[in-house]
Design a protein around this ligand. Sequence first.
Ligand code: SF4
Ligand code: ZN
Length: 316
Amino acid sequence: MKCRRCENKASVHMRQHKLALCKEHYLEWIPEQTERFIKKYEMFTRHERILVAVSGGKDSLSLWDILVRLGYQVDGLYLGLGIDGGIGYSDESRRLTEKFANANNLKLHIVDIEKEYGQPIPVLSQISHRGYGKPCAVCGLAKRHEMNRIARDLGYDVLATGHNLDDEAAVLFGNTLSWSGDYLLRQGPVLAGAQGLARKVKPLCRFYEREMTAYAIARDIEYIYEECPFADGSQSIFYKESLNLLETARPGVKLTFYLNFLEAKKSGNLFVDRNAGQALLHSCPKCGQPTSAPDLCSFCRMIGKASTARTPDLQL
Ligand code: SF4
Ligand code: ZN
């Protein structure tokens, strides 16, 4: 198959977008789309200072790379969580993050949780007895707290994270399964800032995970392949796998799920009972059943039409 934009052979095929591009044009398309999403959701402008949370993974490093290529003022923040998991997870992710920053001459802030607070995340988790054996609750809490602290103390206008569509769709799926109304109402590409709280944005929220992998590989970004060892068996991975099954059968379903949710939220239709207060029912003059139609109910109208129409020749 050929690239949509030139005569070369396409190297990235996106069934869900019915789009195929060569490497060169794919590397143009991703930043173009990111810029479009930044503008559409009013994430930030070129006059604002952005702090991107980088973990050493493909999404956050790619996000940093894209924002720099687009000419935004963006620095990085790496949080050292002190997670080893037998693979030196934190050490390796820090090494790759520093390598990327140095190679591109970018400013990187590093905060080591153990140095700041005396213990690494897994120990803090054990001591505080939160999270039923997994450190994720404490880790999430610490990440949110530290990202906001650094953004506020160093005067950044906005905090950007590398969440992709697979991440967002999985969170949405989980929140929908449990009908967590508060979480659903807060989920979106932008979380407005408030006093003392930095604005949070997710510029990659409409890209599939595999699109970000393709970008990182095409840009030769060296990233950590391993997931955090504590992610194994997590609910979010289960939701991602479930959505992947749906996506295989119906390409594009993940994107539609997320975008239609954003639309419903924007139009104020999420959790609005449209029938409330407008149950203007009356009795159908023919059958007496309640109906909202102005005269005969839909059923009686249908029967009325059928009885006046010429009987078709049925072939049974
Ligand atoms: Fe933190 Fe690892 Fe849990 Fe993610 S999976 S929240 S990085 S402990
Ligand atoms: Zn091309």
